[in-house]
Design a protein around this ligand. Structure first.
Ligand code: PLP
Length: 350
């Protein structure tokens, strides 16, 4: 072996799923699998999640949504939130996906549809402050009236109302939740009775019961990725499911070269800031080049030894998040950056 591998432990993933579901109950889990399941490989993750009884998946885009539908089967619920064009909407309806709708033009397109296999399942998005997308509060009342009329006409079903929050400060989140509550009341006045209200991702769903509503959309914690600067894995009760392992390919005096580099997705800014776990304990990562990196040598270092770029803090390894913290990033960024060309090796495939 001359290149790195990402080892993914699906049994740990199953344990995290159980922990997350217990923590957010009675809300249901929507497992977020965008970005190839945060780099862990969407197909294997979805297959195992289905075995563990997960019913809702947050796929982000249509390509991922289609892939989840294939892997998860007909009765899974799959939420996509960037269907944009009428063609994408038609494809989403064909696949029986739940579609996030956060702008008026898209709602009008869906409301104007005729024929097709079934009404569109939509989740209306209120912008509660993030301003990424979503309907502004001043336009919400008209928006939900149009949706209610379209529901009566049979072109769509309003399955949900949702928003996304920053989860950076409790104060801002509280303001966002007030706006969400107001939006729910306005929708009810318009005659809508959505079954699924959802607002929180990992952090708020864990820490703040009043943010859970009917579904929590959780990605990071299911993969064992803790928040930068936040509670650690032990406090959260989850474990990182991935370990990024690289082989020693050369020993040259007081420097050891390992088979992982920037082209594999290792941030070059980690050089001289982070350690890797070697058989002799942590050693400084000195340089990061394209295909290789240099690490401070240890006694007896040999070609074929394995070093861990990130894994489990409980085993004295860096984690995706601890690496991220040294470069002012977040664990998700480190994880999704691992190149798709790095082989994923699964344990616990059932
Ligand atoms: C990524 C994402 C999530 C999941 O966030 P985590 O912090 O990883 O749990 C939830 N909702 C939306 C809209 C997202 O884009």
């Amino acid at each position: 072996m001359t290149g790195s591998v990402l080892e993914v432990d699906l049994d740990l993933f199953a344990m995290n799923l159980a922990r997350v579901r217990a923590a957010i109950a009675p809300a249901e889990l929507m497992l977020v699998v965008k970005n190839d399941a945060y780099g862990h490989g969407v197909d294997a993750v979805v297959a195992r999640a289905r075995r563990e009884g997960v019913r809702w998946f947050g796929a982000f885009d249509l390509v991922t949504g289609a892939r989840v539908r294939t892997g998860a089967g007909g009765d899974a619920r799959i939420f996509v939130w960037i269907a944009d064009t009428p063609e994408q909407v038609a494809a989403a309806i064909e696949l029986d996906l739940d579609i996030g709708v956060g702008d008026r033009r898209l709602l009008d397109d869906i409301a104007a549809r005729r024929g097709g296999p079934r009404p569109a399942r939509v989740h209306l998005k209120i912008d509660t402050g993030l301003r990424r997308n979503g309907v502004r509060p001043e336009e919400w009342s008209e928006f939900v009236s149009i949706a209610a009329a379209a529901e009566r006409a049979g072109s769509l079903i309003v399955e949900g109302i949702w928003s996304h929050i920053a989860e950076a400060s409790d104060e801002d989140d509280d303001i966002a939740r007030d706006r969400f509550e107001q939006a729910l009341r306005t929708a009810e006045t318009a005659g809508l009775r959505p079954r699924w209200r959802h607002l929180a991702a990992s952090a708020a769903a864990f820490a703040r019961p009043e943010f859970r509503y009917d579904i929590a959309r959780v990605g990071a914690f299911c993969y064992g990725i803790r928040p930068a600067g936040g509670p650690d894995e032990a406090e959260l009760g989850v474990k990182p499911i991935a370990r990024w392992v690289a082989p020693v390919v050369e020993v040259a005096g007081d420097v050891v070269r390992i088979g992982v580099g920037a082209r594999d997705g290792l941030f070059s800014t980690l050089a001289s800031r982070a350690d890797v776990a070697t058989p002799a304990g942590p050693r400084r990562l000195l340089t990061v080049a394209g295909a290789m990196s240099e690490v401070a040598a240890w006694p007896g270092a040999d070609i074929g030894d394995r070093v861990v770029v990130y894994g489990d803090a409980g085993r004295n390894e860096e984690t995706a998040t601890s690496l991220a913290e040294t470069i002012d990033s977040i664990g998700e960024e480190v994880a999704v950056r691992v190149s798709p060309l790095v082989p994923r090796q699964y344990r616990g495939v059932r």
